[in-house]
Design a protein around this ligand. Sequence first.
Ligand SMILES: *[C@@H]1O[C@H](CO)[C@@H](O)[C@H](O)[C@H]1NC(C)=O
Ligand SMILES: *[C@@H]1O[C@H](CO)[C@@H](O)[C@H](O)[C@H]1NC(C)=O
Ligand SMILES: *[C@@H]1O[C@H](CO)[C@@H](O)[C@H](O)[C@H]1NC(C)=O
Ligand SMILES: *[C@@H]1O[C@H](CO)[C@@H](O)[C@H](O)[C@H]1NC(C)=O
Ligand SMILES: *[C@@H]1O[C@H](CO)[C@@H](O)[C@H](O)[C@H]1NC(C)=O
Length: 477
Amino acid sequence: MKFIPIQCFTAILLISLTYSRRIGIKDQVILSGYDYRTDFFVQPVDHFGFSNPDTYKQRYLIAEQFWNKDGGPIFFYTGNEGDIAWFCNNTGFMWDIAAEFKALLVFAEHRYYGESIPYGPEAYKSPTKMNYLTSEQALADFAVLISHLKATLPGATNSSVVAFGGSYGGMLSAWMRIRYPNVIVGALAGSAPIWQFPSLTPCEAFNKVLTNAFNQASPTCVDNIRKSWAAITERGSTDAGRDFLTKTFRLCGPLTSTTDVTLFKAWLVEAWTDLAMVNYPYPANFLENLPGWPVKKVCDKLSIPTEGDQLLEFLFEAANIYFNYTGNTPCLNTSQQATASLGDLGWDYQSCTEMVMPMCTNGQMDMFEPSPWNFTDFSEQCYKRWKTRPRPDWISTQYWGKQIQSVTNIIFSNGLLDPWSSGGVLESPGASLVPIIIKDGAHHLDLRASNPLDPPTVVAARTQEKNIIKMWLGQQQ
Ligand SMILES: *[C@@H]1O[C@H](CO)[C@@H](O)[C@H](O)[C@H]1NC(C)=O
Ligand SMILES: *[C@@H]1O[C@H](CO)[C@@H](O)[C@H](O)[C@H]1NC(C)=O
Ligand SMILES: *[C@@H]1O[C@H](CO)[C@@H](O)[C@H](O)[C@H]1NC(C)=O
Ligand SMILES: *[C@@H]1O[C@H](CO)[C@@H](O)[C@H](O)[C@H]1NC(C)=O
Ligand SMILES: *[C@@H]1O[C@H](CO)[C@@H](O)[C@H](O)[C@H]1NC(C)=O
């Protein structure tokens, strides 16, 4: 999804396949008390036509233990591109406030992810079967599921529903309020880059914010990373140099060609990008185990001006914090980030249809090699993989682009350390659209469970969010 500033043809492949790691949160918070039951609801595969009679089973998780059946609200998580249990586990904020609001919690899985796949995993091999993987169909699933729950759960008939979501899930909760304001009273859209689309946000913005987050840790670190690409390219141009890189970075497999070196660079770009997203104040267990404030830890290794081979040695030490914080990684595997789970593939499909998010770098405002946004090339790659061509302007037509001033009751929270804040709503476009800026926040930190190491800015954000939700529900503050 992010446009990796190495040349496009390899980059795109890596980008989209690793999307869910960029935008989604996969760390596991193993906390007791997240008790829910799992249920399935039969949905039409096609909500918008009448000739396809097929159905599929949508998974949802439901927790009733906090709920006051006599008027308590429903807090509804609009699932992202992945297994809903991840998001359930990583949206501690909903669990933290459920008792106070006496709320019913529901986490609904997004179609084509986790266990909610129309036509089963084989669908991924067939463009016609993938055809129903759109945000519109997903929102319709959510709306229909809510109606079903209200009709069948004793006590739910008159419950107000508040949508919650982070990242793409946050985009969905905001869009849910735009499309189905009759179904939900409001939406908390955490780190939702609803404007990371063509002609709404400049393509360089994402990498500029990313670089700023590193710059806050150490400007020298940024200079060193910026210089590292040329150092890698130079060493990577000869057999002896590639051998040096393989040894210095303790790679599992040798770099044997300049193509390998290009992939190696893309792999590093990905690591720096992921780090910025998960730059949380406390240790968290993502795909990689990380210390608190990991960007600072990484930049500590790159805080002395240096160049050449010494720079590459420091760069390895920095990368090793990301890949080997636990000390359990025997060698660094450059193909690891390209591992394609179903969630990654699903997002790749979505980015090749509706979710066109232009990214580019120029090497000046950011710390990467210059790489322009090339839609033609992007479209070609999509056609090769999915037989689809992306429609770059559809999302702004469908969800109103920047003309959302007449929409009501959405909170847009954004951490300024999060590169995705580049496409977020940071200033209020309308009276009851409330931007909340979390100065020290990475990717939807506010939606995570509270933690003693949380900075005051996120504590304040959560209080403000609760007060606004109370207002939507007609409760006194
Ligand atoms: C969610 O957390 C539970 C424990 O609370 C754990 O058993 C489960 O594996 C986690 N699921 C995912 C997908 O992270
Ligand atoms: C729901 O609200 C309507 C209108 O206020 C009321 O007539 C009805 O009794 C309520 N239903 C339940 C189950 O509380
Ligand atoms: C990872 O850390 C362990 C423990 O410090 C070390 O033995 C191992 O060599 C490291 N792996 C790499 C790739 O550096
Ligand atoms: C590197 O990662 C790939 C993809 O996950 C895997 O197939 C391969 O076995 C790994 N290599 C090593 C040496 O761990
Ligand atoms: C964009 O990509 C297309 C297809 O790969 C290529 O022909 C074209 O030269 C590229 N345009 C620019 C400006 O790089």
